[in-house]
Ligand binder design. Structure first.
Ligand SMILES: Nc1ncnc2c1ncn2[C@@H]1O[C@H](COP(=O)(O)OP(=O)(O)OP(=O)(O)O)[C@@H](O)[C@H]1O
Ligand SMILES: [Mg+2]
Length: 454
């Protein structure tokens, strides 16, 4: 029995043991848990590495939230309070702005780049001027009490295809309340730039599809220094003035506001010189296209004529070239040049809101198709010939102002020989005989024999 008891005991025992084992296991689990938590809290409290990590985690999350908030806030602030203005290098005001910056060296920071300017004086001599302009980078300036940040950036990848220079931008940034300064700066820059060409004629010529300044602005040539036959100069001048006064008349009648002039005659008679002097007189710039240049195509001509710099006279030289090409264009194909119809279309298609004054020159009027002489294309046509006695006299007196009697002899000597001399030849003769009018008189025959020398 006892065995049984024992056995039952043992069984009980076993059961007890079993339950003791379970509770033991539970106990153990509990203590494990306790241990873990105490280990954790122990580690957190006593182990500096864990404590720091936890702290950092909380801090990091906090900061990240704060940071995104700050970014949002600063963006909002930026949008609300900051304005910027971007000027691209292809815009006209870009060069003006850089020049403006160079006038204020104290405003320019440490990153500079150099811009070289030639200045032609009225006597023709040239001096070179270096101006320091802000280089790529950030610059801070103070202008009329406000702070401005100027950022000049150069794109290393993008090239301005029309002139091969790197594409650049300048960005001006300032506070919203100072935004009116942008306009003031641009106007000031424009005034400075225009002042540097005051009293000068800027000559533009085509460079690919765009107009480019040809050399430095030239001192204006005085109109009376070009000696045309009596009345020609004043008649053209009156006509141009009359045209320029009548913008409203044209627009009221829906007529394109343009006028075309054709000067034709032998080489060296002063056509080009006169038109340049006229541009100076009117305070206009001049855009010159030479139609005998092979690289000018119809498309380009049209584009250029419709995108002229403001206040410019268009000068189309050697327009007979367009008429030569008409005969050729069918067979050649590789000779890309302006065609007759291309020229007519370009002349008819000029859509400028401003007045358009076009001067055309040719040495071969007989080659022109009568279609070009239609009003609206050529409205005024005038022959500029070789020197007339009046012109010979005026040219002589221009070079030797006090030599009236020698002048008469000179005119007589030339006319007696019944020869034709161009005004350019006369100029050549007088230039090599500076201050020696008698020599000029003696050399008439030399001039006749080899007119090409002059
Ligand atoms: N009538 C003139 N009065 C003053 N100078 C003149 C005159 N004609 C020619 N010249 C001088 O001769 C040179 C050549 O003149 P210009 O180029 O104006 O001639 P052009 O008629 O345009 O010739 P081309 O038909 O060959 O183009 C210039 O240096 C210019 O000063
Ligand atoms: Mg000429």
């Amino acid at each position: 029995m006892s065995e049984g008891v024992i056995s039952s005991d043992s069984a009980n025992n076993g059961a007890l043991q079993g339950s003791a084992q379970v509770s033991n296991a539970l106990d153990q689990q509990a203590t494990l848990k306790d241990k873990f938590s105490s280990l954790f809290s122990n580690a957190m409290e006593n182990n500096p590495y864990f404590a720091a990590g936890g702290g950092l985690m909380v801090l990091g999350t906090g900061l990240a939230i704060a940071r995104s908030g700050l970014i949002k806030a600063s963006r909002l602030l930026y949008r609300q309070m900051i304005v910027d203005l971007e000027i691209q290098s292809k815009d006209k005001s870009y060069a003006w702005f850089l020049q403006w910056m160079s006038k204020y060296p104290q405003r320019v920071s440490k990153h500079l780049s150099v811009r070289t300017n030639y200045v032609q004086h009225d006597n023709g001599s040239v001096t070179t001027k270096f101006s320091l302009v802000p280089g790529p980078g950030n610059h801070w300036i103070r202008y009329r009490g406000a702070f401005l940040m100027i950022k000049r950036e150069r794109s290393s990848k993008m090239l301005d295809l029309t002139n091969g220079s790197p594409f650049e931008t300048v960005t001006l940034t300032t506070l919203y309340r100072d935004r009116h300064l942008f306009n003031e700066i641009l106007n000031e820059a424009k005034d400075i730039a225009l002042k540097s060409t005051e009293g000068k004629t800027v000559i533009y010529t085509s460079f690919g599809p765009e107009w480019r300044k040809f050399g430095q602005p030239k001192a204006k040539r005085a109109l009376p220094s070009v000696i045309l036959d009596q009345g020609i100069r004043d008649n053209i001048l009156n006509d141009v003035h009359e045209f320029m006064k009548n913008g409203k008349w044209y627009s009221d009648r829906g007529i394109p506001y343009r006028r075309g002039f054709l000067l034709y005659g032998p080489p060296g008679s002063g056509k080009t010189s006169f038109i340049q002097a006229l541009a100076g007189e009117l305070d206009y710039n001049i855009c010159i296209l030479n139609l005998s240049e092979g690289n000018l195509t119809d498309d380009r001509l049209n584009h250029l004529m419709n995108n002229m710099p403001e206040r410019s006279i268009l000068l189309l030289e050697d327009i007979d070239a367009a008429f030569n090409k008409r005969a050729q264009s069918g067979e050649t194909g590789f000779q890309s040049s302006v065609t007759f119809s291309g020229l007519l279309n370009a002349l008819d298609g000029v859509t400028s809101s401003e007045e358009t004054i076009t001067f055309m020159t040719t040495n071969h009027p007989e080659k022109l198709d009568p279609a070009i002489l239609r009003p609206g294309r050529v409205d005024y046509k005038v022959f500029i010939g070789n020197a007339t006695p009046y012109q010979i006299e005026q040219m002589f007196l221009k070079f030797y102002p006090e030599e009236e009697s020698l002048c008469n002899k000179f005119v007589e000597a030339v006319t007696k020989r019944g020869i034709t001399v161009s005004t350019a030849q006369l100029q050549g003769l007088f230039v090599i005989n500076k201050d020696k009018p008698e020599m000029a008189l003696q050399m008439i025959d030399t001039m006749l024999k080899s007119p090409d020398n002059f």
